[in-house]
Design a protein around this ligand. Structure first.
Ligand code: CUA
Length: 161
């Protein structure tokens, strides 16, 4: 009769764990504060098809449609940032830079070393945040979420010019 009790108890535990995971994934979302106090929110990408989704363009740097600042679209994947790793992301100083970062595979991190720009990059979601860089400079982009055997090599560069 103890078996039944244990079985019940483990069932409760499993459900509790799953609840925690689901809550962690969809509950609070990804909400952090960028350099300028703007919020980072995440938006679900239709079917995880970020290249086709209306709300995610091909990776790269674009002029904003309102004529001010730039929009940066970055795809993280094992084990690179596109753009960022093969070529640096180049953004203008003193203008609003809106980042849209998503993942093509597993959860990654996007951290601009030496700043408070730091977000998780979750497959199927877009992390958006605005940053205005007040000075020119070069920043390392670091993946700070363990994403596989090449995690420690996953890095890139952002140049503010
Ligand atoms: Cu990507 Cu760690």
């Amino acid at each position: 009769r103890f078996e039944k009790l244990w079985f019940g108890a483990s069932l409760v535990l499993i459900v509790a764990f799953m609840g925690t995971i689901v809550y962690g994934a969809i509950g609070p979302g990804v909400a952090m504060v960028g350099d300028d106090g703007g919020t980072i929110d995440s938006t679900v990408v239709a079917n995880g098809n970020f290249e086709r989704a209306d709300n995610f363009r091909a990776p790269g740097v674009y002029a904003s449609s309102d004529g001010e600042g730039v929009e940066v679209y970055v795809v993280a994947r094992q084990y690179l940032f596109n753009p960022g790793t093969a070529q640096p992301i180049e953004v203008p100083v003193g203008e609003e830079v809106t980042f849209h970062v998503t993942s093509a595979d597993v959860t990654h991190g996007f951290y601009l070393a030496g700043t408070n720009v730091n977000t998780m990059v979750i497959p199927g979601q877009i992390a958006r945040f605005d940053v205005t860089f007040e000075e020119t400079g070069e920043y390392g982009i670091v993946c700070h979420e363990y994403c596989g055997s090449g995690h420690h090599t996953m890095a890139g560069q952002l140049h503010v010019v």
